[in-house]
Ligand binder design. Structure first.
Ligand code: ADP
Ligand code: MG
Length: 326
């Protein structure tokens, strides 16, 4: 039983039937009862899904372009963290109404990002209700080489990509919880929340190099804690080594910027660990242009995440670092 009117299905056909990349491994895409895909015999399939709910994962009345971008970016980030090459996508869209301008902008932003990463949208579902977007992506990885959270060992170096904390400041700006005098910095930070960059190329390059990997969706400290728990070890992070962007430092000062970097969410950067024996290969990869990555500490025996700052050592505690408790 269709939940939306027939004309609205025509809109879906118009905006979603050919969204993203064209791929020769899609035998049947949008339009039949199911998609028929042609998986490669020498590849494993990596499947991820994430839901965005209006008012929970993005502010009410966010731009449709940002919602379309983020719905796919957060899933691409999960594929990146697994070292998988993005291939196919499904989109379950719950809309309060069929607004053609909104759909056009949503689909354009989603399509741009999907094409950039080789994703063909092969199906989905469309229903009426509170604005909710669920994207499922499938990616491919050669057999046995997917990155996992659990491969880290004491002694491994910990790296993070990009500049964590920017997106949390950007969201605070969007929600008028933060005010920044410098308009240029404010816009850069807002865009880091509204249009995050999934680190797909980095994830692919880390196959065979990283011992463990996770993407940062809930905050660097908490997500590093998850990597540690899966790897059965602890972590020591040097607060002074955290890569703080100029816009974030300008916006909130260096001290608070470190708090944003450690506890803010929505970064969609990668945290990964590299065994010391592969650090040479890692540095060579960085020299060849691996992208913006920074060493922030080491895995240690034990458990939990400790952060050293000016000689003092603080223990991470779920909600944040004791040091930063106000
Ligand atoms: P059914 O009623 O058989 O479940 P639908 O009428 O819901 O099928 O969908 C028809 C076709 O359109 C299917 O191929 C489905 O995958 C696709 N589709 C529906 N909604 C979307 C969407 N939001 N994005 C992409 N494809 C969609
Ligand atoms: Mg059907």
């Amino acid at each position: 039983m269709p939940v939306v009117a027939r004309s609205e299905f025509e809109l879906i056909g118009k905006y979603f039937a050919r969204l993203g990349a064209e791929r020769s491994d899609v035998r049947i895409g949008v339009g039949d009862d199911g998609a028929v895909l042609v998986p490669h015999a020498s590849r494993e399939l990596v499947v991820v899904t994430d839901t965005l709910v209006e008012g929970v994962h993005f502010p009410v009345d966010s731009a449709a372009t940002s919602i379309g971008h983020r719905a796919f970016a957060v899933n691409l980030s999960d594929l990146a963290a697994m070292g998988a090459e993005p291939a196919w996508g499904l989109l379950a869209l719950t809309l309060p109404r069929a607004d053609e301008d909104w759909l056009e902008q949503f689909a354009r932003a989603a399509g741009d990002l999907c094409r950039r990463h080789g994703v063909a949208l092969v199906g989905g579902d469309t229903t009426r209700g509170p604005l909710t977007i669920t994207v499922t992506l499938m990616g491919l990885v050669p057999i046995g080489v997917a990155l996992e959270r659990g491969g880290g060992q004491p002694g491994d170096a910990i790296f993070v990509s990009g500049s964590p904390g920017d997106a949390a400041a950007g969201l605070a700006l969007e929600q008028n919880r933060l005010h920044v005098a410098d308009a240029m910095s404010a816009q850069i930070l807002r865009d880091r929340f509204l249009f995050p960059t999934p680190r797909c190329e980095l994830g692919l390059a880390l196959r065979g190099l990283a011992s463990a990997c996770i993407d940062v969706s809930d905050g660097l400290g908490g997500d590093l804690e998850k990597l540690c728990a899966a790897s059965g070890c602890g972590a020591e992070v040097d607060a002074a080594a955290l890569p703080i962007s100029e816009p974030l430092a300008k916006a909130v000062g260096r001290e608070l910027a470190r708090e944003y970097a450690l506890t803010g969410g929505d970064d969609y950067e990668l945290i990964f660990t590299v065994p010391l024996a592969r650090l040479g290969a890692m540095n060579a990869a960085i020299a060849r242009g691996l992208g913006p990555v920074t060493r922030i500490g080491s895995l240690v025996s034990g458990n939990g995440v400790r952060v050293s700052t000016r000689g003092a050592v603080m223990q991470f505690s779920g909600a944040g670092f004791d040091h930063f408790a106000r």
